[in-house]
Ligand binder design. Structure first.
Ligand code: ATP
Ligand code: MG
Length: 268
């Protein structure tokens, strides 16, 4: 690649940092975190791409995009030869683009099995647009199948949302095992960027206990920001808005802005 007649070295070209938001447990706040962290980063002036690889498409609908009206989705970048740029759409949030999901993705788990280099298709597609963004956030489905494996292979670092509830830590050893396998075989630099506690309720003793337990397991990885249980966060997707658009003064918006600031400050 050349800039003003001079050949650029790889280190001269700015590449987006890619985070996969993952936890195979369902309903722990992955999508809420992916959408509103992306919203928070965009709010800070960062160029962000939110990549929805969950066939449920909650991040897509949560941003007010109707899946039935889409020409292309992440399915097409993974299994058809459609270029990544053609699948990206802009959103109502300044600086925030979306690679939307569609129901076709549900079949991708099976179709990928017979694809060449099946774990790296998403990585190869995202690498083509990486120079256009500061951050790419991948919203993973609640499983550790081939689609999630593609997310883990494509990312630099993993963000793990943990819901403050009794079974919070259950299944985490399986996630850590998968991340270690990915590090050995597919993505040597993958690591956990941070664990974020979601739906934290300071009036509830259990939330405090879960926080203490998570800190014991991940002493250096817990984000300082706690995401509180906040009704506005659960309402925002039904209006197709990020929390920063829907209720900028809410505790939920402040928490996700603070998480975005924490992530930006780590880059310095
Ligand atoms: P899935 O595994 O199905 O993809 P998920 O991990 O992406 O789920 P979300 O969809 O983000 O989880 O959240 C599950 C539910 O909890 C949603 O109804 C969401 O609105 C709600 N929710 C998430 N975080 C919060 C919060 N901090 N406060 C209140 N409600 C929340
Ligand atoms: Mg989700």
């Amino acid at each position: 690649m050349y800039f003003k007649g001079k050949e650029l070295k790889e280190t001269d070209i700015f590449m987006a940092k890619i985070f996969a938001v993952t936890n195979q447990k369902g309903g722990v706040g992955k999508t809420t975190t992916a959408v509103n962290l992306a919203g928070g980063l965009a709010h800070c002036g960062k160029r962000v791409l939110l990549c929805d690889i969950d066939p449920q498409g909650n991040a897509t609908t949560g941003l007010g995009v109707f899946k039935s009206t889409l020409k292309y989705s992440t399915y097409d970048i993974m299994l058809s030869n459609v270029s990544t740029g053609d699948c990206i759409i802009s959103t109502s949030v300044t600086n925030l683009d979306l690679l939307p999901s569609s129901l076709d993705l549900a079949g991708a788990e099976i179709e990928l099995i017979s694809t060449m280099s099946r774990e790296t298709v998403l990585k190869r597609s995202l690498d083509k647009v990486r120079a256009n963004y500061d951050y790419i956030i991948i919203d993973c489905p609640p499983s550790l199948g081939l689609i999630t494996l593609n997310g883990l292979t494509a990312c630099d670092k993993v963000i793990v949302p943990i819901q403050c509830e009794f079974y919070a830590l259950e299944g985490l050893s399986q996630l850590m095992y998968t991340i270690n396998m990915v590090r050995k075989n597919l993505n040597s630099t993958i690591d956990i960027e941070g664990v974020v506690l979601t739906m934290y309720d300071k009036r509830n003793n259990l939330s405090g206990q879960v926080a203490a337990e998570v800190k014991k397991h991940f002493p250096t990885k817990l984000f300082n920001t706690l995401i509180p249980r906040n009704i506005r966060l659960s309402e925002a997707p039904s209006f197709g808005l990020t929390i920063q658009q829907y209720s900028p003064e809410s505790t939920g918006a402040m928490a996700y802005n603070s998480l975005a600031a924490e992530i930006i400050s780590k880059e310095r």
